[in-house]
Design a protein around this ligand. Structure first.
Ligand code: DGJ
Length: 512
């Protein structure tokens, strides 16, 4: 059964082998998808306990001569991924890689006239491909079509579960292309698909607007034109690939600050930043989703991003996040939002010759999360799809937080494994918890560096209560296997708690 993304009541799931699947991912460094680099990549895969490796496919390598395709890299990746029992997300590094044309084959780089870059406002050259060139788009479509055709042929086991089309599209250094070709389009009318009332409303533009880009979109016209142009291009590449083999497809975004509504000359313009998602949805319907790459910092900012990319019309997926301890905590809110996966960037040692111990240490913050949730990955994916999961992460002020579960409120305080208020404060804001509501009074809970206690609310308001049973254990083949019952000191002083390594608890409460 081919992988697919499904939607129900505004929530999404990625089906792999017909069942919801959660990507516990990791992405290779940009230049690590070469056969000679594979040993260090597989070492990182093993140490991270991931279930899905994200790895680039390089256009410059696959079509080094025009029209001659070399798919040996696909063979190597698919075969080795099977040996290591992991799935793949392949990243099509083609016309755009971080806004530039750097992965175009040499024969294209050498022919700047046929495959031109963007021209800046004052005629200056911009290190970014023009999205208005049919020859470029045609070449990309041709190569991507061949890739997907080949993949369909060799991957009947669906080792590859998703494909990223391009990488961080957009342009730095110019909000749009000002070449004569682009200028003519810019001065023409806004396409009718964008003038639909619902789209204009989503873009905060009066529903009656019509006319030129400048007239309809004012000071956002240049950026919106760029977003429309790039999204249309990428959408056509994705559609052509899907025609061969309809795997789920997405493209990723270099983010803008989600809190301050900055102008596009301060970030990569035209990619699927939060403000232009409605444009991407209209222009690129073949993409199943647009995805945020999380390199911004601060929990308010990151949680806002997670919120903005979880939309009824957009499945949440985080294909990249900085590989640091703070970011590991965001796996939980992504799952709680119904997200289909998470992946830190740059998991391998990038040819630096680290020892296995060093690799293990570098990956530890994510590895321990993956180890804890991997045994219940399928259950978690299903619970997430059904909206049964809630999560909080520790903010920089370390303040207590609450989760509302209907008849119960959970109060979460962050700190190490001390008793109640005596728990030492965390040095970094890396505490977190995730709670699955199995039944009205029964929960599966995991976390690190926090304590929880419960307060009866709603129907239970004012009632006395106690823990019926708190078990520590793990899921095995869909069943919770208890290691021990936590009681006495482990629940009496500030409620059950978590240390630096996540554990999984099954908690039942009772009112009296
Ligand atoms: C985001 C890009 O998508 C990645 O390919 C990589 O360049 C990282 N930034 C930074 O190293």
């Amino acid at each position: 059964m081919i992988p697919a993304i499904i939607e129900k009541d505004g929530r999404h799931a990625l089906l792999v082998d017909g069942r919801p699947f959660l990507i516990l991912g990791g992405q290779a460094h940009n230049s690590s998808g070469w056969p000679g680099m594979m040993p260090q990549l597989w070492l990182a895969v093993e140490k991270l306990h991931l279930n899905t490796l994200e790895v680039p496919l390089y256009w410059e390598q696959i079509e080094a001569q025009p029209g001659k395709f070399d798919f040996s890299l696909i063979d190597t990746l698919v075969n080795q991924a099977r040996e290591h029992k992991v799935r793949l997300v392949l990243l099509w590094f083609a016309t755009w890689k971080n806004g530039s044309n750097h992965y175009m084959p040499e024969w294209m780089k050498r022919d700047a006239e046929k495959y031109p870059n963007t021209t800046g406002k004052n005629g200056q050259p911009i290190d970014s491909p023009s999205p208005h060139v049919n020859a470029t788009m045609g070449a990309d479509i041709k190569a991507f079509t061949e890739v997907m055709r080949y993949l369909k042929k060799v991957d009947n086991r669906h080792t590859v579960i998703m494909v990223q089309v391009e990488n961080e599209t957009g342009s730095w250094g110019s909000v749009r292309d000002y070449s004569a070709r682009a200028q003519k389009l810019f001065e023409g009318p806004v396409p009718s698909e964008l003038l639909k009332p619902a789209v204009l409303k989503a873009l905060n533009v009066p529903a009656v607007a019509a006319g030129s880009w400048q007239k309809v979109f004012g000071d956002r016209a240049d950026e919106y034109f760029q977003a429309w142009s790039i999204a249309s291009f990428v959408g056509q590449v994705a559609a052509a690939g899907k025609k061969e083999y309809p795997l789920p497809m997405y493209t990723n975004a270099a983010l803008r600050d989600p809190l301050t509504n900055p102008m596009a000359n301060t970030y990569e313009s035209g990619g699927p930043t939060d403000n232009v998602i409605p444009i991407w949805k209209v222009a690129a319907p073949a993409l199943d989703l647009v995805a945020p790459d999380i390199y911004l910092q601060g929990s308010e900012r990151v949680l806002k991003v997670i919120d903005l990319y979880d939309r009824p019309d957009n499945t949440l997926f985080v294909p990249e996040a900085g590989l640091n301890h703070e970011n590991a905590k965001y796996l939980f809110p992504v799952i709680a939002h119904g997200g289909i996966g998470f992946s830190p960037f740059g998991i391998d040692d990038n040819g630096r010759g680290s020892t296995a111990e060093e690799t293990e240490k570098r990956l530890a913050p994510f590895a321990q999360e993956y180890e804890a949730v991997a045994p219940m990955m399928r259950e978690l994916a299903q619970w997430s799809f059904e909206g049964k999961v809630k999560a909080v992460v520790e903010h920089e002020d370390h303040a207590e937080q609450t989760i509302d579960l209907g008849s119960w409120q959970v109060i979460i305080s962050f700190g190490g494994m001390g008793r109640g208020n005596a728990a030492p404060q965390n040095a970094q804001s890396i505490g977190k918890t995730m709670i699955v509501k199995l039944e009205e009074n029964k929960f599966v809970i995991t976390g690190t560096l926090c304590h929880l206690t419960f307060k009866p609310t709603g129907n239970n308001s004012g009632k006395t209560w106690q823990y019926l049973k708190v078990e520590e254990g793990r899921y095995e083949n869909g069943v919770f296997k208890s290691l021990r019952i936590l009681n006495g000191d482990e629940t009496d002083f500030g409620g059950p708690g978590f240390g630096t390594t996540p554990t999984v608890l099954q908690v039942s409460l009772i009112t009296r």
